[in-house]
Design a protein around this ligand. Structure first.
Ligand code: HEC
Ligand code: HEC
Ligand code: HEC
Ligand code: HEC
Ligand code: HEC
Ligand code: HEC
Ligand code: HEC
Ligand code: HEC
Length: 480
């Protein structure tokens, strides 16, 4: 669809003329038009770019003229002069939702809606300057503002499985950045074709711990997308982010493995561990009682993998020293939905395969997923070895738990970790392991291997060596 550029002077003239011409019959609509003409008339000088973008937008050129969206539909009627602009309202996603119920509902039930809450579950988040994690939007908060503010989890004293809402308190503390929907449909054109272009995802899904943009553009899918200038065309030869993650325009985004490549173990997974580690029978039985039943369709559930995953969860403070779920388990896994149980995992996986099957055979796709799942298993095993080495240093008093830390090692301290060896551990968690499996799933061989698996192994080997050295130094010191 093409929208013609509207001559602003003509537009204004038309608005005034039509307002005066039909003054008696349609009062409400006319008041609307008058007010809109006022906003536009003044903002034509104050913020000409915004006026132009708005007038060119699909919403200002609605198919049915009576549906035309005007400035004060989103900003309210409180501000009309050069000085009272602090009375202009800034829309939240709920304002968009009044007219776009379907997308709004899907969005609310998906992962994007949880993005604001998710950043707060991280221990490191609490130690950073507000400009980075709060009002300034210059770091974590800049990307995570596409989540809804005011969702209350364990950190705010809510121990229920469901998040609670503060009724708008947190949103009211932020003048800007509550609109959520403008992450992909940027203001003031709010276009569908912009959001359908994979570049619309790239400002957030890039870089250190989630380079999906780089992985996509270095996969054959992305290469074809580039060569064929596909842009936001969803019927092209190459699948885009949206083809795979927003099927039929569904605004509820969620993947089986999620950001961290984790999943909730089943009862059977955990009970099977008892055969391998009989001494842990009691805590494992206790843990199993809390877990879902079922089976992960595609996955190899050998006890070694369950064990490796338990070690990782322990190092993230999600399971405690005796393998029981902590408050972080409730906040990150249950409320923040960072990992899925078998039912949800299997359904999401089936849907994803169906999408691949539009262009590839069943067999081809099954092979692909089997190999990609396996990369997580392999990475987890090496990661767990490194974690155990560091856990051993704490257990034997070679490293001391830093003041104020609840767990040590603690992966969620990120770059605030106090020792070199734990800095390496953090890089494995957020950079190398992520790239290993995310690269595999996005068919980017270079990311999977040279930016993922290779440095992961280097880091594990370094950690094992350094742990040995720290031990030797400790013993040498103690023998004097
Ligand atoms: C007489 C001029 C005038 C009129 C009429 C006017 N505005 Fe403004 N508006 C301004 C000025 C001046 C600013 C401040 C611009 C700045 O900070 O650079 C502003 C700012 C804004 C802001 C941004 C506020 C912020 O905190 O960033 C919004 C939104 C806005 N106007 C919407 C509207 C809407 C909607 C209408 C009509 C209902 C309207 N304006 C009518 C002059 C006007
Ligand atoms: C008062 C009702 C109303 C509000 C509020 C509203 N919209 Fe719309 N929107 C519409 C209508 C009507 C259309 C269809 C225009 C047409 O006929 O093409 C539309 C179309 C759209 C489209 C599709 C544009 C395209 O390229 O075809 C997007 C995207 C969109 N709106 C996003 C938003 C966002 C984001 C917000 C909140 C910031 C919002 N809308 C608020 C009424 C509204
Ligand atoms: C460049 C944008 C960007 C920045 C900066 C950023 N994030 Fe994220 N974050 C993302 C994206 C995109 C995802 C989803 C990635 C994925 O699923 O692979 C994400 C995912 C997460 C998740 C996982 C949520 C879940 O349920 O799986 C957490 C937690 C998180 N980020 C916390 C933070 C914290 C804390 C900071 C700052 C220290 C931060 N992020 C900085 C973009 C960003
Ligand atoms: C469909 C809803 C919608 C319409 C219509 C709309 N805006 Fe906005 N506007 C927004 C959103 C969303 C933001 C971003 C708010 C935030 O960051 O919290 C915004 C922000 C602004 C800002 C401040 C941010 C900036 O970039 O400077 C100004 C000024 C503004 N709008 C003016 C206008 C004017 C003038 C019109 C009419 C010509 C208009 N808006 C029409 C949704 C809308
Ligand atoms: C993650 C990016 C993203 C965010 C955030 C997002 N959208 Fe969309 N939106 C899309 C994509 C992609 C499409 C195109 C879907 C299609 O082609 O069917 C779309 C399409 C739309 C359409 C047009 C539907 C149609 O069939 O014409 C509307 C309306 C819309 N979105 C509203 C919203 C609202 C309201 C929000 C906030 C609750 C929102 N979007 C947030 C990506 C996004
Ligand atoms: C050919 C389909 C396809 C394309 C294109 C695609 N993805 Fe993915 N994406 C996947 C698959 C498959 C997974 C892993 C699913 C699972 O967990 O089983 C995934 C996982 C993800 C995840 C979760 C973390 C991870 O990386 O494993 C995010 C976030 C994501 N993709 C975003 C994107 C973005 C953004 C783009 C575009 C730059 C994109 N994807 C392009 C298929 C695709
Ligand atoms: C403003 C930044 C931003 C933009 C733009 C954005 N995302 Fe996200 N995305 C995030 C963050 C942050 C998360 C993590 C939210 C959480 O899990 O709590 C996320 C999560 C996801 C997930 C869920 C991964 C999981 O854990 O299962 C998918 C899939 C995804 N995004 C796809 C997309 C696609 C496709 C687009 C573009 C159409 C897009 N995103 C645009 C920031 C963004
Ligand atoms: C819209 C069509 C389409 C969809 C959907 C699609 N692909 Fe592809 N895929 C292609 C095309 C075209 C190629 C390049 C030609 C070829 O190698 O078959 C390709 C190539 C590949 C390759 C080979 C890459 C290489 O480097 O050799 C893999 C692996 C792959 N796709 C996996 C997937 C998976 C997994 C999914 C679903 C998550 C998927 N594709 C979804 C069209 C698609």
């Amino acid at each position: 669809m093409q929208y013609k550029t509207i001559n602003i002077a003509t537009m204004l003239l038309l608005l005034f003329v039509s307002a005066i011409a039909s003054a008696s019959s349609r009062d409400v609509e006319d008041e609307d038009r008058m007010l809109n003409a006022k906003c536009i008339g003044c903002h034509y000088n104050v913020t000409p770019g915004i006026v132009k973008q708005h007038l060119d937008s699909p919403m200002a050129n609605a198919h049915n003229q009576e549906d035309e969206v005007v400035c004060h539909d989103c900003h309210g009627e409180g501000h009309t002069t050069n000085t009272d602009y602090s009375k202009a309202e800034m829309p939240t996603a709920d304002v968009c939702g009044e007219c776009h119920k379907k997308q709004f509902k899907q969005y609310r039930s998906g992962k994007h809606n949880l993005a604001w809450m998710a950043q707060k579950t991280q221990i490191a988040w609490h130690n950073q300057p507000k400009s980075i994690v709060g009002q300034g939007y210059r770091g974590c908060s800049g990307c995570h503002k596409l989540g809804k503010k005011g969702l209350l989890g364990v950190s705010q004293g809510n121990m229920d499985a469901e998040l609670k809402y503060d009724g708008g308190k947190e949103e009211s503390e932020y003048r800007y950045g509550n609109a959520q929907c403008d992450a992909c449909h940027t203001r003031h054109t709010f276009r569908k074709d912009e959001a359908n272009d994979p570049r619309a995802c790239s400002n957030c899904h890039m870089g250190f711990d989630h380079p999906q943009w780089e992985m996509f553009t270095s996969s054959k899918h992305g290469v074809i997308w580039g060569i064929e200038n596909q842009g936001g065309d969803t019927d092209g030869r190459a699948p885009t982010c949206q083809t795979c993650h927003m099927v039929d325009g569904n605004h509820n985004v969620s993947t089986p493995w999620g950001f961290l490549g984790l999943r909730i173990p089943t009862k059977d997974n955990v009970l099977a561990l008892i055969d391998v580690a009989p001494s842990l029978k009691e805590p494992l039985t206790k843990l199993a009682a809390l877990l879902p039943t079922g089976h992960f369709d595609d996955l190899d559930d050998n006890p070694q993998w369950t064990f490796d995953r338990a070690i990782i969860l322990q190092a993230a403070g999600i399971l405690d020293a005796s393998l029981q779920p902590t408050k972080r388990f409730v906040e990150i896994v249950v409320q923040g939905r960072a990992a899925r149980g078998p039912d949800e995992f299997n359904k999401l996986r089936r849907d994803m395969k169906k999408t691949c099957n539009e262009c590839h055979s069943n067999q081809y796709v099954n092979d692909f997923f089997k190999a990609s799942d396996d990369t997580i298993q392999q990475a987890d095993h090496r990661f767990a070895q490194a974690i155990q080495a560091v856990q051993g240093l704490y257990r034997d008093g070679i490293l001391q738990k830093p003041e104020g830390w609840e767990y040590a090692p603690d992966l969620l301290q990120y770059y605030d970790a106090k020792t070199n060896i734990e800095q390496e551990l953090y890089l494995i968690m957020l950079e190398y392991r992520q790239r290993t499996f995310q690269g595999a799933f996005h068919a980017s061989n270079d990311y999977m291997h040279w930016y993922g698996w290779a440095p992961l192994n280097t880091a594990v080997n370094n950690i094992l060596e350094e742990a040995g050295q720290l031990r030797a130094e400790h013993e040498a010191k103690n023998s004097h």
